[in-house]
Write a protein that binds this ligand. Structure first.
Ligand code: NAD
Length: 363
């Protein structure tokens, strides 16, 4: 059972990007823990359908619509609501759109993060800020071993670079205003960045992502088009990193919070990663029918497609472990999309899946 999360009961939590895929699951989890959730996102959910709407989360939180680039608005919200902890997720989260709109991606992901940190700096209620970046912030050297939090940042495409820029800004805020050695004296805010990638789960309807593409094809009885069957990625259930973020946040709300300031990786249990074709095969098997075909095999270059994070720091210092392996993940995904296809109660399913995940964690 994932322990230590009772601390969220009755606390005010601000989640930026709560209408998105990860944000909706985090909102559902915080509500299950009894937190008082405030959300800040663009007026329209990023996809239609959307997990946030299907799970009827909007009526259960205080939601405010706005742009994270609008400093006055996010600042006013933070000063008015006085959250104790902020999970900052609002972002343009995809590589392909970042190539179409690099300026917007850089602004939203880098300046948006600075806006949240600056507003938090001027609100004495805020005890913790957790900024969600990505595994793509590392300069990818095609190493076989996993990247550690101290490894060099990089990012060739605008999305990755914008998140690496956010990391530099977070570190600058830590060094300039929120140093661990100043905690309790010059400030009382613990700031962290969290890096995890290739998050999958029920309720994702984004374009250009493997699992939503697979599930749409299976539901429509069409073939799954797999672009790079041999690509290896740290596929992980959305609740795996979210459990890490919540555990980290819980530590940052307690005495000794300064020990948790800094960067944290979270990842799945598989050492060797899982290929795209393994994901497609397993989804087809669990769905009971379907097929996949490979498109654009020219771009299938295994040597440029490997990315893994080391989460040893989280294991040692947070006593964190992922609760699900990739097959547990596939089971929950197929259960979710089948329930959606059959018009079942997704609000109840979200709560049941969160409970099952929390119980699966053995540390
Ligand atoms: N999904 C993944 O596999 C993955 C992997 C690594 C990191 N991340 C990170 O996790 C976070 C959430 O990703 P997601 O997949 O849930 O994304 P998503 O697209 O589903 O949701 C994005 C959220 O951010 C909000 N948002 C976007 N632009 C905004 C703006 N200008 N102002 C205010 N709100 C804005 C949207 O309204 C939405 O609520 C992002 O920071 C992303 O970079 C996601």
């Amino acid at each position: 059972m994932l322990k230590g999360l009772d601390i969220y009961k009755g606390r005010k939590v601000l989640i930026t990007g709560q209408t998105g895929f990860k944000g909706s699951w985090l909102t559902g989890w915080c509500l299950q823990l009894g937190a008082n959730v405030v959300g800040y996102s663009l007026p329209q959910a990023p996809t239609s359908p959307s997990n946030y709407e299907l799970c009827k989360l909007s009526g259960r939180i205080h939601e405010v619509s706005g742009d994270i680039n609008d400093f006055d608005k996010i600042n006013q919200l933070i000063q008015d609501e006085r959250p104790e902890i902020i999970f900052h997720m609002a972002a343009q989260p995809l590589v392909l759109p970042s190539l179409e709109n690099p300026r917007e991606t850089f602004a939203t992901n880098a300046i948006g993060t600075i806006n949240v940190l600056e507003a938090a700096r001027h609100c004495d209620a805020v005890k913790a800020v957790i900024c969600i970046t990505t595994d793509k912030v590392y300069e990818n050297e095609e190493w076989l071993w996993g990247y550690r939090e101290v490894d060099r940042l990089g990012g060739k495409d605008p999305y990755s670079a914008s998140k690496a820029m956010a990391e530099l800004a977070i570190n600058s805020y830590v060094q300039s205003f929120f140093r661990p050695e100043w905690y309790g004296d010059r400030h009382t805010v613990a700031v962290a960045s969290v890096r995890a990638g290739n998050v999958i789960g029920g309720g994702d309807f984004a374009d250009f992502r493997l699992v939503p593409d697979c599930m749409k094809a299976l539901i429509d009885n069409g073939p799954i088009v797999v672009r790079n069957p041999n690509y290896i990625r740290p596929w992980q259930h959305v609740l795996v990193p979210l459990g890490g973020y919540l555990l980290l946040g819980a530590k940052m709300l307690q005495p000794g919070a300064e020990a948790y300031i800094g960067a944290w990786n979270f990842g799945p249990p598989e050492m060797n990663g899982i290929t795209t074709s393994q994901i497609a095969d397993q989804l087809i098997e669990l769905w009971g029918s379907g097929s996949w075909l490979c498109e654009n095999s020219d771009s299938d270059k295994l040597e440029t497609s490997y990315l893994r994070l080391s989460w040893e720091k989280a294991a040692r210092q947070l006593n964190w472990q992922p609760g699900y392996d990739w097959k547990d993940t596939m089971r929950d995904i197929v259960e979710w999309y089948r329930a959606w296809d059959e018009g079942k109660d997704l609000e109840a399913l979200m709560q049941a899946q969160i409970k099952r995940y929390a119980e699966s964690v053995t540390v």
